[in-house]
Design a protein around this ligand. Sequence first.
Ligand SMILES: CC(C)(COP(=O)(O)OP(=O)(O)OC[C@H]1O[C@@H](n2cnc3c(N)ncnc32)[C@H](O)[C@@H]1OP(=O)(O)O)[C@@H](O)C(=O)NCCC(=O)NCCS
Length: 177
Amino acid sequence: MSWGNEFVELNKSEHDRNSFDCGEPELNTFIKTQAAKHMQAGISRTMVLPSALPLLNQKYAICAFYSVAASSISRETLPASLAKKLPGHPVPVFLIAQLAVHKEFHGSGLGKVSLIRALNYLWQVNHHMRAYAIAVDCLTDSAQAFYRKFGFEVLCEHNGRIRMFLPMKTVEQLFCK
Ligand SMILES: CC(C)(COP(=O)(O)OP(=O)(O)OC[C@H]1O[C@@H](n2cnc3c(N)ncnc32)[C@H](O)[C@@H]1OP(=O)(O)O)[C@@H](O)C(=O)NCCC(=O)NCCS
């Protein structure tokens, strides 16, 4: 299996959700049963990278996906040096709610590609509606180590997960140089 050219919005009739396996049951369940419902409900958007060629059932396998949503953080969770420049009410952020790569491709650079595409997507959104940072909620220590590698810092614990963030000013440096 090889991956296609670009991320597109998840489409239940085109993309084979059942064959996706990233090794994390919670993320597998999300793409199989929740991602489309969440889009329908208007609470997040899931972008998938389809396989270059269709499977026998004529659907395209999902090689990787990311889900994004709007969110907010409390100013108090930020380091004091950043918090002092912000107002007291909730601070808007974009959330990479989920990101995963099919286990067939682990270690082949697709996680990095997916993260950069997700950051670029949110950077484009930021042209229209500003957010202070991009946040991620890490399911495992391994996910935390992955995001740390790309400059994310720990923010706080949120619903039993470690929430990390990357300031939008840092994202700007990535795409505006
Ligand atoms: C985490 C995940 C997305 C990484 O995908 P991947 O395709 O294996 O990662 P890549 O091959 O693109 O690796 C990119 C870089 O990150 C590093 N990396 C990958 N996984 C890592 C991990 N768990 N911890 C630390 N570094 C990691 C790689 O060594 C590589 O470094 P390099 O650029 O210096 O060579 C993938 O393992 C996955 O889908 N895991 C299950 C779901 C999950 O945990 N998602 C996280 C969000 S909750």
